[in-house]
Design a protein around this ligand. Structure first.
Ligand SMILES: NC(=O)c1ccc[n+]([C@@H]2O[C@H](COP(=O)([O-])OP(=O)(O)OC[C@H]3O[C@@H](n4cnc5c(N)ncnc54)[C@H](O)[C@@H]3O)[C@@H](O)[C@H]2O)c1
Length: 481
């Protein structure tokens, strides 16, 4: 569809929604969160959704996909894909790159990205956050929305952004348009969990939010109730926007720091001849310690590697405090985890790049096809930099999405690898026919590095005592359980 056609379609779409007394919701940013959120909102018979993304190649691709009935993001959630088809067929979801369509919306949900430069941080210890780009996006929103629209910021932002950027920018845009009422602003963060229950994680996660007035709060909860079960999961209202913004980055910093803590203990346990997995299982018996993390290959995805940096940036840029050492250390430490795996591979191969390494799973998370900040990619880079011959297999990742040397099956991977690295614990890798293939590979003399400990436990007992399988975090070298 041409831009003019899309614009006309949106006007007809909005007129029809109005005549049926539906709430028109604009979702700005059709990425991992915005696409799924659009489906969640449009499923409700009360709502229709206009999705908005940027007028560039990747934005336009997502818009074209949505408008032609293709879900633009790779997802293993079949329920989400079915529900997308249902809202598409019902004509409840349309996408555009033209911000003037925002004027139709009763509610505008912001799901755009706000990035921190991890490379600058890791390499040069500098904190750089795209706050100006985010501010410009808010300016565009303020130029086009209806003065009565409820604006819901779901983007994860540095605490203080609502007060220092969003509100002043929208006020300014409103005053340029001669609008005298203040913008209706809500901060409410997303807790979506990519994977097989992605849509469910949106509609059934309890929300935390804050608004500037009681009437906005009522309007927001009523909107939320149209597509989430607010009776079963009542939203929690905090007393300020900054508190709600802080809630999000603190949740993720807590998790990143919990993971980072284990890095140190992994190295300690390996040197001390201790199986850290067994220690952690014992510690988890205490109700207060159930969420202690286990050793692994590291942290990936979009949020955990950046959200602690957003917090630290806000601390120094909005509040004149020192940068946050714990938050930053969590990111830095997690970044080191693939390096530790690389060192173990070096030991297993007697530091000989003659050994061919097969990576089993390259997605950052089990059972999803998402490569963002994946530790496996980082590990593959390290190995290639040291001249290892690296191949990989991941049923969730298409050849076009990832670097060279994909193999078409696990069987092929075993035939071209001297060492297999179990790097993403996708459920399919534990199927009985796969366990047979792992066993056959070990029987034929192959070496395995199990980065999560879970493969080791799934193998027949006789294999668990082989010295050809090394478990990250197990200093007993897998010899004993
Ligand atoms: N991915 C997750 O699992 C997750 C979970 C919870 C919260 N979040 C937060 O949600 C937000 C969005 O994350 P995401 O994973 O969807 O990011 P993403 O990068 O996948 O998507 C962002 C989308 O916004 C679009 N966009 C950027 N600027 C825009 C503009 N000015 N106008 C219109 N569209 C614009 C981009 O083109 C892109 O399609 C982030 O703040 C993230 O931290 C993400």
């Amino acid at each position: 569809m041409s831009d003019t056609n899309v614009h006309d379609s949106v006007s007809t779409f909005a007129k029809s929604a109005r005549s049926h007394d539906k709430c028109i919701v604009a979702v700005v940013g059709l990425g991992f969160v915005g696409c799924a959120n659009s489906v969640a909102i449009a499923r409700s018979l009360n709502n229709v959704v206009i999705g908005l993304d940027r007028d560039n190649n990747s934005g336009q691709q997502k818009i074209d996909d949505i408008n032609s009935g293709v879900f633009p993001i790779s997802s293993s959630d079949t329920f989400l894909l079915e529900e997308f088809q249902a809202v598409y067929s019902a004509g409840s979801l349309l996408a555009s790159s033209d911000p003037s369509v925002l004027y139709h919306a009763d509610v505008v949900v912001i799901d755009i990205n706000l990035d921190a430069d991890r490379e600058e941080f890791i390499l040069h210890n500098k904190l750089e956050v795209d706050i100006n780009i985010f501010g410009e996006a808010m300016g565009t929103i303020g130029t086009h929305i209806s003065p009565n629209a409820l604006v819901v910021i779901e983007t994860t932002v540095p605490p203080g952004t609502m007060e220092n950027i969003v509100e002043p920018v929208l006020n300014d845009a409103f005053s340029k348009r001669g609008i005298t009422v203040p913008p209706k602003l809500v901060h409410c963060y997303e807790r979506v969990m990519p994977g097989e229950n992605y849509l469910e994680s949106i509609v059934s996660a309890g929300r935390v939010y804050s608004t500037s007035s009681d009437s906005d709060s009522e309007a927001f909860v009523s909107f939320l109730s149209s597509f989430t079960d607010t009776t079963l999961h009542p939203p929690v209202e905090l007393s300020s926007w900054t508190a709600s913004e802080m809630g999000k980055v603190m949740e993720n910093t807590f998790r990143a720091a919990n993971i980072a803590l284990i890095e140190e203990w992994t190295v300690f346990a390996e040197a001390a001849g201790v199986n850290l997995h067994e220690v952690i299982a014992a510690i988890r018996q205490r109700p207060t310690h159930r969420n202690i993390m286990a050793p692994g290959l590291g942290v990936g995805g979009y949020c955990l590697p950046k959200d602690p940096l957003l917090a630290s940036w806000a601390s120094s840029n909005f509040f004149g405090l020192e940068r946050m050492k714990w938050a930053e250390n969590a990111v830095r430490t997690n970044e080191q985890m693939p390096v530790h795996a690389f060192e173990l591979i070096n030991e297993m191969s007697n530091r000989s790049p003659e050994n061919r390494v097969g990576i089993v799973g390259i997605s950052y998370l089990a059972n999803v096809g998402d490569l963002r900040n994946s530790s496996s990619l980082y590990l593959m880079d390290l190995l290639r930099d040291h001249k290892y011959d690296v191949t990989w297999y991941d049923p969730y990742i298409l050849e076009s999405e990832a670097p060279v040397n994909r193999t078409s099956s696990f069987e092929v991977l075993t035939s071209v690898s001297d060492i297999l690295v179990f790097s993403t614990p996708h459920r399919v890798f534990f199927k009985s026919e796969m366990i047979d293939q792992w066993s056959a590979y070990l029987e034929s003399g192959g070496l395995v590095l199990d980065c999560w400990g879970s493969l080791h436990g799934a193998l027949p007992k006789s294999f668990r005592f082989l010295d050809r399988i090394k478990v990250l975090g197990n200093g007993q070298n897998s010899g004993n359980e």
